[in-house]
Design a binder for this molecule. Structure first.
Ligand code: ATP
Length: 290
């Protein structure tokens, strides 16, 4: 409330995927197909077009991701925020780091002693600003430290690379968090805004905390014609997402936001090695009961 955010609750039964079609749960919906929402992305942006200006949502997110890792679930709680009238993704990062600092401070004040006793962890409230490193610099730094990215990770980094860049940031800046910025368009969705000075890059970021990716964020493309062009370039058909493209028809403020995985944040905060420990009941590819 202090920062004028409005809480929204968007539907989890949806008619079109908001991210890639790859990690999508499909279900029968009367005479047609429906999907479980992979993120509240489209609805967050709809709120920007409607003039809400600052919103957040904390709710379930579904991913038909068949990976068996210590950090993936098929159902998890997403913390999403979206803000209007930004100049760039920098404003989104500034908003997120301030929120996280507040969360760490509040958790430390209220539960610091119990966390120390139960988990043996001293909560360290992060200083602002968090370090920022571009994706291009990240790749150079990893190379310099002898870390070879897998060949299929063109323009992206793998979990080992995330840990290695975190180790570098810890040594150089004594910080547990780092924003990796300016990701190539090849590994970002169509709705990320591209950089004017280099249209092969996006105004986007990931946040790595103690070596684990906990957030993806970006400035969004709010110009209807550019957005349609970017969707077509990614091979998307306009028809299923026409309702989304329509939000931008009569003008939409420049905006951006982020999606944060709550259980991943808990893992980092409490020094847990497995996401299963951070949830009441885990859902994964082979876990539907109890
Ligand atoms: P990853 O590369 O780790 O699979 P992603 O790039 O698919 O993640 P996003 O789509 O950007 O993730 O989602 C935003 C955030 O949601 C992530 O940074 C992470 O904190 C969380 N998240 C994403 N997928 C999962 C998952 N399967 N289980 C738990 N949390 C997740």
């Amino acid at each position: 409330m202090k920062n004028n955010f409005i809480e929204i609750h968007s539907p989890k039964l949806v008619g079109a995927p908001s991210e890639s079609g790859a990690e999508l749960f499909t279900l029968d919906y009367f005479e047609r197909k429906a999907y479980l929402a992979q993120s509240p992305q489209f609805y967050k942006q709809m709120a920007m077009a409607a003039g809400f200006e600052r919103i957040f949502e904390i709710g379930p997110v579904f991913r038909a991701d068949p990976s068996f890792t210590a950090r993936h679930m098929t159902e998890f709680t997403g913390v999403d925020a979206e803000i209007s009238w930004i100049d760039s993704h920098e404003d989104v990062m500034a908003s997120e780091e301030a929120m996280l600092q507040h969360v760490y401070q509040t958790v430390k004040d209220k539960h610091g002693d119990a966390i120390k006793e139960l988990f043996g962890v001293d909560i360290v409230v992060p200083t602002l600003p968090f370090p920022r490193i571009t994706m291009r610099e990240t790749i150079e730094i990893l190379k310099g430290r002898g870390y070879a990215l897998p060949a299929d990770k063109k323009g992206d980094i793998d979990p080992g690379g995330e840990r290695e860049i975190a180790a570098y940031v810890k040594e150089k800046f004594n910080h547990d968090f780092v924003f990796i910025t300016d990701w190539p368009i090849t590994v970002r969705p169509f709705y990320h805004m591209r950089k004017e000075e280099d249209p092969t890059l996006t105004r986007s970021f990931d946040l790595i905390a103690c070596g684990l990716e906990i957030t993806t964020g970006a400035q969004r493309e709010h110009r209807a014609d550019v957005l349609l062009k970017q969707a077509e370039e990614k091979g998307l058909h306009a028809e299923p997402i026409q309702f989304y493209l329509d939000f931008f028809k009569y003008g939409c403020p420049p905006h951006g936001g982020y999606g944060l995985g709550l259980s991943r944040l808990l893992m980092v905060l409490l020094g847990m090695n497995n996401i299963r420990e951070a949830v009441y009941i885990f859902r994964g590819p082979t876990r539907l009961n109890p």
